[in-house]
Design a protein around this ligand. Structure first.
Ligand SMILES: [Zn+2]
Length: 486
């Protein structure tokens, strides 16, 4: 990449909010509904004479997200009409917010790698507002189109960032962090594949640090990988165009996941003038007059946020950063981890062991079996096994075997260890017999060791472990062997 150019990226992210009913009517908010046009009524079908009533739950979600990103909550707010004509918008306008969004400013911290080093950056936000979703049109039916109004008027939150990101990786890290915040707050499931969270990127490049280049908007980014790839592709394309002495067209582009390329959709000339004006059917909102919207009340209902969880895990458990990220991303296993630690692990060593076994072994078993729950293993059995491991009653091999059994069938780790002969033997006399047997049967390896190839010691220990069917203590095997070898 020609490094004279500075790429700049701003994001617009839409998220469908989790509420019982739609944004302005009592219809069910059910994104899973498969039958078309079931959750509809005269209000969300845009019949004349109907009156919209804003959904309190959706406003609360928006305000909570505002608090989570340290934005300024509006005191006065209103809804506006955004006028345009399209079949997916039955009223001929969308109810949105223009001048007075619920949230202004704010920031989200993201961690990115720059030149191989981890750095943390505050990404500044412009605003967060609330609007209604459009209906879903399908055009792949031949010479006619179908419209499903189930999605029409679902509560939709829009976040707009300042143009402050400079790479695809940064944009994708931001989207990921925002998704976590939405999920932690229970505001949205924010599943990108299902379209519950949709990302648009505004991208430009410029040689002048004080002046942004012409921006292009890329739509339909439905995975974090697509966000990153589309930004990288578009930045390269801009630089190529400018280096050829041509100019960038301000336009809207789509992204093709199969080719990794963006393509032109709409030039600026056809962009709309939406003729926004305040929605006359909805009263103005004075937030401070509504007790449920008071900051104190909202904070009471807010769950721990991803950032707070990271800090708590670092402070309380002292585990690896990668493990912390794993737990921040994985609700089920972080609950499992915390229950194990709180009830069954009594020191730092046990905490570390538990974390290692959860992140690698238990998560591995879940992945291989394609399930999101830790099978039949419960924190009580798992914690007991960690203590056996810490106290040298189990080898790591034995622990892995028992975990696989617990995962499938459940049970008591001590009993399983007994039955399978996996209780680790720490009796030096018994272990010495095994060591001597292995050394007698493997003269060649012993000779290699004596000739100076110290590394073969591990394979001898491995053979001892095999001979003891995983029940010997490998550390003791090693010590006994070294004492015999002199
Ligand atoms: Zn309705």
């Amino acid at each position: 990449m020609n490094s004279e150019y500075i790429p700049t990226i701003g994001l617009e992210i839409h998220a469908e909010l989790k509420t019982k009913s739609k944004m302005f009517c009592p219809c069910k908010n059910d994104p899973e509904e498969k039958n078309p046009n079931v959750n509809v009524c005269p209000i969300c079908m845009g019949h004349p004479g109907t009156l919209p009533v804003p959904n309190k739950e959706a406003v609360k979600h928006t305000l909570k997200v505002g608090l989570a990103v340290e934005g300024t909550l509006a005191d006065f707010s209103e809804f506006d009409r955004k006028n345009y004509f399209y079949p997916d918008i039955p009223k001929g306008y969308q109810i949105s917010q223009y001048k007075y969004p619920f949230v202004s400013g704010g920031k989200i911290k993201v961690k990115i790698k720059e030149n191989g080093v981890d750095i943390t950056k505050d990404i500044l936000l412009t605003r967060i507002h609330l609007e209604e979703d459009t209906a879903k049109s399908s055009h792949d039916t031949g010479d006619y189109s179908l419209v499903d109004y189930n999605r029409s008027s679902l509560p939709l939150m829009e976040l707009v960032t300042e143009p402050v990101m400079h790479s695809g990786a940064e944009a994708s890290a931001f989207a990921k962090e925002f998704q976590l915040i939405l999920q932690y707050l229970g505001a949205s499931d924010a599943n990108m594949e299902k379209g519950e969270m949709r990302v648009e990127a505004n991208i430009s490049v410029s040689k002048d640090t004080n002046k942004l280049g012409t921006k292009v908007e890329v739509k339909n980014l439905n995975s974090f990988r697509s966000v990153e790839r589309a930004c990288v592709y578009e930045i390269e394309r801009h630089i190529g165009v400018l280096e050829n002495g041509e100019t960038i067209q301000q336009e809207t582009r789509g992204f093709d996941e199969s080719t990794g390329k963006t393509f032109s959709q709409r030039k600026k000339e056809d962009s709309h003038d939406y003729r926004y004006f305040p929605e006359p059917d909805i009263p103005k909102l004075y937030i401070s007059e509504i007790s449920e919207f008071a900051e104190k009340e909202l904070r009471k209902e807010m769950n721990e946020l991803p950032r707070a969880k990271r800090e708590r895990y670092e402070k309380e458990y002292g585990i690896k950063t990668e493990d912390i990220e794993f737990y921040v991303d994985n609700k089920n296993l972080s609950e499992f981890f915390e229950q194990t630690i709180q009830n069954f692990c009594d020191d730092k060593e046990c905490v570390k062991l538990a974390s290692n076994y959860i992140v690698s072994d238990l998560a591995g078993l879940m992945k291989n079996n394609n399930i999101a729950e830790p099978g039949q293993v419960f924190p009580s059995a798992f914690g007991k096994m960690m203590l056996m491991l810490r106290d040298g009653k189990l080898s790591s091999r034995g622990a892995k075997d028992i975990l696989a059994i617990l995962f499938k069938e459940g049970g008591d780790p001590e009993q399983i260890a007994d039955e399978k002969g996996l209780i680790q033997k720490n009796d030096p006399e018994a272990l010495k017999i095994i060591v001597e047997k292995v050394m007698n049967e493997n003269h060649a390896i012993v000779a290699e060791y004596r000739a100076g190839k110290v590394a073969v010691l591990n394979s001898l220990v491995g053979l001892c472990m095999k001979e003891s069917k995983g029940s010997g203590n490998p550390q003791l095997f090693k010590e006994i062997m070294l004492s015999i070898l002199g």
